[in-house]
Design a protein around this ligand. Sequence first.
Ligand code: C2E
Ligand code: CA
Ligand code: CA
Length: 856
Amino acid sequence: MSARVPTRHPALRVVPFIGALIGAAVAAAYVLGDAEAVAAERLEIPWWVLLGLFAGVEVFVLHVQIKREARTVSMSEIPLVLGMFFAPPAVVLAARVFGSGLVYALYRRQGPLKLSFNTALNAAETGLALLVFRAVLGDADPTDHLAWAAAYLGACTASALAGLSVTFVIFLFEGVLRWRDLRAALLKGVPMAVLTTTAGLIAASCLVLDPGTAWLLAAAAVIVVIAYRAYASLSERHLSLERLYRFSQVVSATPEVDEVMRSVLAQARDLLRAEVAELTFVPTGGAGLRVVLDSEGVLQRQEADLDDTDWLWRQVVARNESVLMSRGDKDPAVVAHLAARGMREAIVAPLRGESGVVGLVAVADRMGSVRTFDADDVRLLETVANHASVALEHGRLVDRLRHEAMHDGLTGLPNRAALESAARDALVQTRVGASPGVALLLMDLDGFKEVNDTLGHLHGDLLLKVVADRLRTHAPETALVARLGGDEFAVLLPTTAQVDEALAVGRALLASLEEPASLEDVRLEVGASIGVSVAPVDGDEIGALLKCADVAMYAAKSASAGVVAYRRDLDGHDPAKLLIATELRRGLADDELRVYAQPQLDLRSGEVVGVEVLVRWQHPERGLLLPDEFVPVAERTGLLRPLTATVLGEGVAACARWYAEGRVLGVAVNLSPRSLLDPDLVADVEALLRLHQVPAQLLTLEITEGSVISDLARTSGVLQQLADLGIRLSVDDFGTGYSSLSYLSRLPVHEVKVDKHFVTTMAHDAHDAAIVRSVIDLGQNLGLRVVAEGVEDAGTLALLTELGCDLAQGYHLSRAMPLDELPAWHDAHQAARAGAGFTSQRPPVTPLPQAGATIL
Ligand code: C2E
Ligand code: CA
Ligand code: CA
């Protein structure tokens, strides 16, 4: 077994060691002298056959993936063992040195240092193996079983020598030698050495019995090589997908530009098993910028000598195409480019931004140096480039936005995000005992709306600025004063645990507002109400503190009490919310909820394949209400269960009716995050499907990205149970949360719905288009069905079809309609398609899924 130096840098420190290896090989050759082959009377293998075999095993190497490390191993023990038996030692040595050496030099184009080291090591290894073999065998007959032990021992010592030598060379480069590495190096190659030695011994035994079996052995070798290649390319493809997946995970999780670049490069290198990965940004006047990831994982920035007369520029940037420069490419431009950059092979793909190509991403020099890059690799790099473009654009945006994100534009005060982040930090200090507690004051101006309405927004804004100034000057030094929006302010006291102390601060702040505010021509008196909550008593999370302070503030306002601290008994005193909850309860009882359906189109066949059902409330006074107005109320007040039950029940019942008419239309129902925590959900759904005799796979349950992710531990079990029933799960509003497709791997989901905000704008907004393209790409790579919702025009529909999206839904096709109207609409749609000649002339009814097998 031979191993190779994994470095590219010439280092003179290795030269003496190479000398030592050569010395050892020469000594071995001297001791072995001009001895005969041990089994010469049976068969003598000619030198050129042996040389061919040694060369062959270097060409047809095995790629072994051990954990994350890709290793290349050759089966050099096979010719070695044959040589031990059937050739004089001097011939074996020479055949090994020249056979392998030719392949290294001509086929793998190894540099002089690498070539000399590998060749010297081969010579030393072979010499050692032959010495051990002959020493153990002694005068015994080569057909004796002792010869097997001799061969195993010889091959294993040689393998250990190789492992140690490589470790030693790494030590020469890096200066550290760890015992762990040494032991691993000694043992790593031995199992493979035993395996291939066994193969060699089998071949040798056959040849001893009958030299004619050589033909059989050759045929067997060819078959094994072919089978292995097929297997290896399959498993490599699988690995690539997995890596791609990990990559998308990383880039979508790290918005900062540098972080994104680092992960793009690291993953591109990993994914394509390249030694070099770099990003080049196209010059906009002046020199370009090249960002390279060095071996320590640090980004190095260099000037790039790329200009618009450059060959590569013209290929990639102007033509917006990738370039594959494989080893052995004869194109003089390619040869010149590779030589100029000191590379063996490379792929360069364009990074497409909003304004066309913004740069290049390149990988070069495949590791293991056996297989060069091919068309599959080009596609892989293009996918990486697509994601990288999106992530980079996104990262740049985030960097800019982050700057503005923490402050309120009008008053210059920190905003809600800043408050929440500061509160989180303070709460951590409390939790670890570094601070006694945290107090939060929430303030709302009295009569601000009237100011705005009677004096206008200008005065409203001026008033807010005055209030902001007063709060800033009168709040304690350690306090954080923030504007949460509108006329709502908050003050965070990061080290206050005493309610009295917080109330005192609140009263002082109110006092500071007593002096009327002069706004240009008018003087205004401002009043305010303040609610106080304190951690850890009222909660140890910012969300809980805000809620409690809100309740307290509301109480303060309704009692005109100035400052009020939160108490339990204040809860539930929000008359506005209460009103609508009772209303909704009544509406549910009076059967006022309506279920609407919006069709979904299969973009490949052009047929309607299902609907999403959406709830409405036919309110006797207020007319048809949309879910955003009442679903949140249902969620807060325990009415979610009856609401969900209504929608699910009507949806599945409609599905069953349509199914009985021969309309195979799936039904997608929206679930609230809280429904997933309902312990009866799975049983209810199962009973419903059984009641209506609907195949489970016609039911899709839509859940939002955030809801699943926020409580994965609790929800994933439920999702798995639903999936086990055969129900399809869809991730709704994808792209709005912080998660990435990566999370989906942990869940049994079948579908993603690209959020409508990206879809409605994609025809005009390149960034949104890139996001949609990227979700389609990655989603399908992961075997998910991708649905685009919010398709409002024909242009978008065409674009989605072109991008290979699976399903589309939106106003362009139809708005949501009452369930009962769907069959007529469906007939009309099909008739229109047939009339326009679009139909595939398929009968309107697709074959029903096999009954029994799938019906619960
Ligand atoms: P969603 O699940 O994202 O539903 C899609 C929303 O987009 C629907 O609004 C739909 O009418 C609207 N829409 C459809 N096509 C287009 C289009 O081309 N352009 C635009 N701009 N919008 C389009 P809707 O019906 O108001 O539903 C709002 C949200 O309420 C839904 O968002 C869903 O999250 C929730 N919801 C609806 N029904 C239910 C339900 O039964 N249970 C629960 N828990 N939530 C529901
Ligand atoms: Ca939905
Ligand atoms: Ca949605």
